[in-house]
Design a protein around this ligand. Structure first.
Ligand SMILES: Nc1ncnc2c1ncn2[C@@H]1O[C@H](COP(=O)(O)OP(=O)(O)OP(=O)(O)O)[C@@H](O)[C@H]1O
Ligand SMILES: [Mg+2]
Length: 315
């Protein structure tokens, strides 16, 4: 602990709450990675952390699973205080870190068995759980394969299986589907829905807006260590952007047409986005850009993300 740390008194936590962060602060030297944020995760919900690269998502998650000490504020996981009871917290969380940290010297099954030992799970029980998890994640056929010989997506799935070995009540997943092909991603979404049905609390960071929309009951969008907004995916879309959007590709800055006051414009790279509460307000604009590719569609979480963070989703 350094002199800089300024822990706040514990916040009360209700029986239905899994995580409560209050003015949670993380500094790396002079850099503030997480800037006094407040949020609560309810037991059994799937809670999403979105935000551009460097927003502070992984740092927030690492503080929750007691990997990175926090600098200020308070953080509780169930009834435990993170800096006083890391052991108890580690016993009830499962972690899928952003980086692949499987043991490259071991095969698939050995990776799970070794991990089970950290939780003092007996050998026989560990073997039973290992087989169940490999089947759950679709890697049974690869059980004797050396980790180095797995594809990137298979490694990711193995890490998800590993995170479940201790039957966690809270599953913390930092970009679990990065690198998965669309089929594998959909399969993992199915698995995660199954875990939700079992009332496991899920914290998930992702750069895939579709994933957040499909899986998360509630989410926060972070940028530069702060929470920009919080809500259900549909609430955020309703509150932050108009209902429809027209994308015009390749439009340059000089050809901005006259617009109804109900239409707002945003540009990202070479794409211009016109937002409006009704599609009728946007269709005339298609004719005004006859030589450009255009797409008229309902607005979605990605539009919210771009609007709030002012960035392309080039993560
Ligand atoms: N160990 C560290 N030492 C110093 N700075 C760090 C360390 N880890 C993270 N940071 C900094 O903290 C900030 C937040 O990083 P973090 O990894 O939490 O972002 P993120 O939202 O997870 O980003 P990404 O989407 O790229 O994974 C960044 O500015 C990063 O450079
Ligand atoms: Mg990260």
């Amino acid at each position: 602990m350094t002199n800089e740390q300024t822990y706040a008194p514990d916040q009360p936590i209700l029986p239905q709450q899994a995580v409560v962060a209050h003015r949670l602060l993380k500094k790396y030297g002079s850099l503030t990675a997480v800037d006094q944020i407040d949020f609560t995760v309810e037991k059994g919900e799937a809670f999403g952390l979105l935000g551009p690269n460097g927003a502070g998502k992984s740092t927030t998650m690492r503080m929750i699973y007691c990997r990175t000490p926090f600098t200020g504020g308070s953080l509780r996981v169930e009834k435990w205080n993170v800096h006083q009871h890391p052991k108890q917290i580690k016993a009830i969380v499962g972690v899928v870190p952003q980086e692949n940290n499987l043991d490259p010297d071991l095969n698939v099954i050995e990776n799970l068995l070794v991990y089970a030992r950290y939780f003092r799970i007996g050998e026989d029980e560990a073997r039973v759980r290992t087989q169940q998890l490999l089947s759950f994640i679709g890697l049974t056929e690869k059980q004797d394969t050396h980790v180095e010989a797995l594809s990137g997506g298979m490694k990711r799935r193995l890490i998800v299986a590993r995170a479940l070995i201790n039957h966690p009540r809270i599953l913390i997943m930092d970009e679990p589907t990065t690198g998965l092909d669309p089929r594998a991603r959909h399969d993992l979404w199915d698995r995660l829905r199954e875990l939700r049905r079992r009332r496991i609390t899920i914290l998930l960071s992702t750069h895939y807006m579709e994933e957040a929309e499909k899986l998360c009951d509630r989410l926060i969008i972070m940028d530069q260590g702060k929470i920009l907004t919080e809500g259900t995916p549909s609430q955020l879309v309703e509150e932050s952007v108009s209902k429809f959007v027209l994308e015009i590709h390749g439009a340059d800055a000089s050809d901005l047409p006259d617009l109804s006051p109900k239409v707002t414009v945003q540009t990202h790279g070479s794409t211009r986005y016109y937002f409006a509460p009704s599609a009728e307000l946007l269709t005339p604009l298609i004719d005004q850009h006859p030589s450009h590719k255009s797409l008229l569609r309902p607005s979605n979480l990605e539009d919210v993300f771009l609007r709030l963070t002012g960035q392309d989703r080039l993560q």
